[in-house]
Design a binder for this molecule. Structure first.
Ligand SMILES: Nc1nc2c(ncn2[C@@H]2O[C@H](COP(=O)(O)OP(=O)(O)OP(=O)(O)O)[C@@H](O)[C@H]2O)c(=O)[nH]1
Ligand SMILES: [Mg+2]
Length: 457
């Protein structure tokens, strides 16, 4: 990619605003060095500063010293953005960084838009699109495995995998197109059954990758667990026992919880959002009905469902509800919890259940450890397919288009289409792969990606 030249120079506070040890102001663009030089007084000026060196001095407003600072200099193209960059480290707090920024604005260095530094890095070919998205994920990660995966994605493992994949398609398309030049002679450079096997395996690779999107969402935003059941089953009691605080109101009146309540906990490095819901039953009460319909929407958005059963009503008394939920959820994402086991002989077991079961007493706080381990395994298991990329919606959509183009090439082969037609499908798959890494992009996609960034990044 050729160097993208920005005519203007931008600046922003790159550390979070507020009180802190130090604050870093990043300046990027053709006037970065000259701009900072005007206000910097030290043993060496910044105009002829060497790249990858730090310079100590004072930031001056005329003759008034503002702060003692350290300026790190990165000259184009060896910087984050690919442009000349100066990072001014000053003391943290509200006023110094604001003062420095306003002085820079005064010399026509404008405030950077959210993500604009990273956008310039992309336009200058310093990062590809999946690496840009990794930067956003790294900043906002809600789990430590998510953060580690984003770091691998930023390091470029996924970029290389896609590049190799794309190369295989380019080679194949090239050979098919070569056949066209020799069409009179009726030669085949590519063995059709080998081609079919390759394309099928590539399609299953993209499909497998695409299906990690949901797990990636878990690593990115956390794992949502809905706690559902009939009224009075003890959902709120269990919710409280799990959080180890009296968060939700518990009472023996059925229909106590009417809204849903959401709290987040960290289980072994994963963020888990627990949602206590209104008990499901038929009722005429409009508020309770609204609560029940909210419960249904919580279930739809959840990663897993805990179905709480009041064991004193019989171990099978929630089986109809379990069946209902199994229509939307796979059994490995549902757990039937037999609560109030203190009221029932602990030897009782319900062995015909369609999902795995846990036995506990929320009132006595028994069985919480097993529940915690089970949840942890479920969350960790859902993320285990993830290796070097945290796929997002945009990437999953692009990948499904790649898969479709490959499938179309395979069916073309099956009906004996000529190389010309197969090559068209391959070229299309190649173009979509280019969208994935940002080799081909349109302004809307670019804007969508960068709008998720914060200022200063
Ligand atoms: N003996 C016993 N009672 C329990 C246990 N868990 C909950 N209860 C009691 O069951 C009643 C209902 O508990 P809640 O936690 O409010 O039940 P819920 O499922 O949230 O009920 P709704 O919000 O009305 O749907 C309360 O009186 C609790 O004290 C338990 O493990 N053992
Ligand atoms: Mg409740």
């Amino acid at each position: 990619m050729e160097q993208h030249v920005s005519s203007d120079t931008i600046c922003a506070l790159s550390t979070p605003p507020g009180v802190g040890g130090i604050a870093v102001i990043r300046i990027s663009g053709p006037d970065a060095l000259a701009g900072a030089h005007r206000f910097f007084r030290g043993p060496h000026g910044l105009l002829d500063a060497e790249s990858h060196r730090i310079y100590y001095g004072w930031w001056m407003d005329g003759e008034v010293p503002i702060d003692s600072v350290v300026c790190s200099v990165f000259r184009s193209p060896h910087s984050y953005t690919g442009e000349d960059v100066v990072e001014v480290s000053c003391h943290g707090g509200y006023f110094v960084s604001r003062h420095i920024l306003s002085m820079l604005y005064g010399v026509h260095i404008r405030a950077a838009a959210p993500g604009e530094f990273t956008q310039r890095a992309f336009l200058n070919g310093r990062l590809d699109m999946t690496q840009v998205e990794a930067v956003a994920d790294l900043i906002h990660a809600q789990s430590s495995p998510g953060s580690l995966t984003a770091a691998r994605q930023l390091a470029g493992g996924f970029t290389r995998r896609i590049a190799a994949f794309r190369q295989r398609l380019l080679d194949t398309a090239g050979l098919l197109e070569l056949e066209l030049d020799f069409s009179e002679e009726d030669v085949e450079f590519v063995d059709r059954s080998a081609l079919r096997a390759t394309l099928t395996s590539l399609a299953s690779e993209t499909h497998a990758l695409q299906s990690t999107a949901k797990a990636a969402e878990t690593l990115r935003s956390g794992f949502t667990v809905a706690m559902v059941g009939f009224p009075n089953a003890g959902k709120s009691s269990l919710f409280n026992a799990f959080l180890q605080e009296e968060r939700a109101i518990v009472s023996d009146i059925p229909g106590t919880t009417r809204d849903y309540i959401r709290e987040s906990i960290i289980v072994d490095g994963f963020t888990v959002h627990l949602v206590d819901t209104a008990g499901i039953r038929s009722t005429d009460d409009t508020i309770e009905l609204q609560g029940i319909s909210l419960t249904e929407s919580v279930i739809k958005q959840a990663n897993a469902v805990l179905i709480i059963n009041d064991a004193s009503e019989g171990l099978t008394s929630s089986d109809a509800l379990v069946d209902d939920i199994l229509r939307q959820f796979s059994p490995e994402h549902c757990i039937l919890i037999q609560n109030k086991m203190d009221l029932v002989g602990t030897s009782q077991r319900h062995d015909v259940a369609a999902v795995s079961e846990l036995y506990c007493s929320a009132r006595r706080g028994e069985g919480m450890e097993v529940l915690r381990t089970t949840l942890r395994d479920m969350v960790a298991g859902s993320a285990s397919a993830i290796n070097d990329v945290l796929l997002n919606r945009r990437q999953a959509d692009v990948l499904s288009q790649v898969t479709d183009s490959l499938h179309s090439a395979v069916s073309g082969l099956d009906v004996g289409l000529t190389s010309e037609y197969i090559a068209v499908d391959l070229r299309q798959a190649i173009r979509f792969l280019g969208e994935l890494t940002g080799e081909t992009w349109n302004p809307d996609v670019l804007e969508g990606v960068f709008s998720k960034f914060c200022i200063g990044k």
